[in-house]
Design a protein around this ligand. Structure first.
Ligand code: IDP
Ligand code: MG
Length: 158
């Protein structure tokens, strides 16, 4: 399996306000994933509508846009084997009240409307690349060799 799949991850405004950016980054780093882009930013209305366009007909859409634009977020791109699906597993289910202990939402949240983290949907092919393109210019992503790759992946030579 290739080790260079990229996925879009975001610490949502509640995570930023609650001082959980480091906790989230620490979990992803600890897993062996590689950070290749990061941007502390404020999402405006237009970007919120584009990012969550698939939900525009949902009753919760206006509240979702209000929440995601309510304060800064930490937008990130993480790389690794099966990264999109693996991050989704680490996030837990959408509703933190139902998310398994040990997952990010299951450990750090209680409320569906403020569920700490976004990660690209692995069941929506191309969502990861689409979201990365929406939030990052090519020049903002960093190609680099992480020196522990041989200790994360068995098929990388020591
Ligand atoms: P996901 O973030 O786990 O992929 P989605 O179904 O794509 O979940 O929904 C996007 C976001 O919309 C959720 O993370 C959550 O913040 C919000 N959301 C989803 N369903 C509801 C709901 O029923 N009430 C309020 N907010 C919701
Ligand atoms: Mg989703």
């Amino acid at each position: 399996m290739s080790h260079d799949e990229r996925t879009f991850v975001m610490a949502k405004p509640d995570a930023v306000q609650r001082g959980l950016i480091g906790n989230i980054i620490g979990r992803l780093e600890g897993r062996g994933l590689k950070l290749v882009g990061a941007k502390f930013m404020q999402i405006d209305e237009a970007l919120a509508h584009e990012h969550y366009g698939e939900h525009e007909d949902e009753p919760f859409f206006d509240g979702l846009v209000e929440f995601i634009t309510s304060g800064p977020v930490m937008a990130m791109v993480w790389e690794g084997a099966d990264a999109t699906r693996q991050v989704r597993q680490m996030m837990g289910t959408t509703d933190p009240a139902e998310a398994a202990p040990g997952t990010i939402r299951g450990d750090l949240g209680l409320d569906l409307g403020q569920n700490v983290i976004h990660g690209s949907d692995h069941e929506d092919p191309g969502a990861n690349e689409r979201e990365i393109d929406l939030f990052f210019d090519e020049g903002e992503l960093v190609d680099w060799e992480k020196s522990d790759a041989e200790w994360v992946y068995e098929d990388v030579d020591h």
